[in-house]
Design a binder for this molecule. Structure first.
Ligand code: ATR
Length: 276
């Protein structure tokens, strides 16, 4: 079989092994995909050993995405470079290569749900690694205005200032604190870890319209999260958790490693059923 793994710390709850096993069954490839918990000091050595032992591909999750990016040196895809982090590694001609499939995962899950990104006005909540990972793909998808809001305002401004708008698009990228939020948005994306703390985000109801799309990059078994509940209470009708994003980022990693494009839709349905 072809050998794959996901590295992180913690890693116990990762759905990636199940996800890739389902892609393997669907495409008829014999794969073995395992979870490995790694200590930060051992990360680089662990990755090198994995490929030296014949491993075919790695997914990288928290807290190692920046380290994975650095480890690949100059062998990075445009997507990884724009995000400054990597979640997908493989070896080619003896060198470790890196890509970031999180952004394309989010965009593809939105396209599955018929969300229009082109010319859209997007409110992106959070300014950590999750935001950095998806920001380039949202700009690439042709949004008209992307506003970053964050509890620590400076981090939002820093991300907005660093963002490179692709030449063919003309997105406006702005940033603010929650207290300065104005207007309503077509798409509101939660890229914070606030749900983990159980604290509601200080968002005025007026950022949501009935036809706004509220997307939480986090996923839960039920598909509902505190942020999505907040969005619905404020009148938004279309809400989505991030399970689809997880499946589509995995599908893109699988395609990079195996040169076969799996169909994410039935795998997403199967995972949702298994979770509930
Ligand atoms: P990740 O890599 O998952 O993005 P991170 O880099 O630690 O993790 O970033 C977490 C994000 O969630 C940050 O934007 C953080 O806001 P701060 O920059 O102000 O810390 C945000 N966050 C976490 N808990 C939050 C809460 N209770 N309310 C609002 N924002 C929160």
């Amino acid at each position: 079989p072809r050998i794959f793994a996901v590295l992180g710390n913690p890693i116990k709850h990762s759905l990636s092994p199940r996800l890739h096993t389902l892609f393997g069954l669907q495409t008829g490839l014999q794969i073995e995909y395992i979870r490995q918990c790694v200590e930060p000091a051992n990360f680089n050595e662990h990755v090198r050993q994995f490929f030296a032992n014949g491993g075919r591909g790695l997914n990288i999750t928290l807290p190692f995405k920046e380290q994975a990016y650095a480890l690949a040196g100059s062998h990075i895809s445009e997507r990884a470079r724009a995000a400054g982090s990597a979640n997908t590694l493989w070896q080619e001609n003896g060198a470790i290569h890196a890509c970031n499939t999180d952004g394309v995962g989010l965009v593809n899950d939105m396209l599955r749900q018929h969300v229009t990104l082109r010319e859209s006005r997007i409110l992106l909540i959070g300014a950590g690694g999750a935001t950095r990972g998806v920001l380039p793909a949202l700009l690439q998808a042709g949004c008209a205005h992307l506003h970053i809001v964050n509890r620590t305002e400076d981090k939002a401004h820093a991300l907005a200032a660093q963002a490179t708008v692709p030449p063919a698009t003309q997105a406006q990228v702005t940033a603010s604190a929650f207290s300065a939020l104005q207007g309503n948005w077509d798409i509101i994306i939660n890229a914070t870890s606030s749900s983990l703390s159980g604290e509601p985000l200080p968002l005025p109801d007026s950022v949501f319209r009935a036809d706004s799309v509220a997307y939480d990059m986090l996923y839960t078994a039920s598909g509902d999260t505190p942020f999505l509940q907040q969005a619905r209470a404020a009148g938004a009708l279309h809400t989505s958790d991030g399970l689809g994003m997880l499946v589509y980022q995995g599908a893109e990693s699988f395609r990079i490693w195996n040169q076969i494009e799996p169909d994410a839709v039935p795998v997403l349905a199967a995972l949702r059923t298994e979770l509930t």
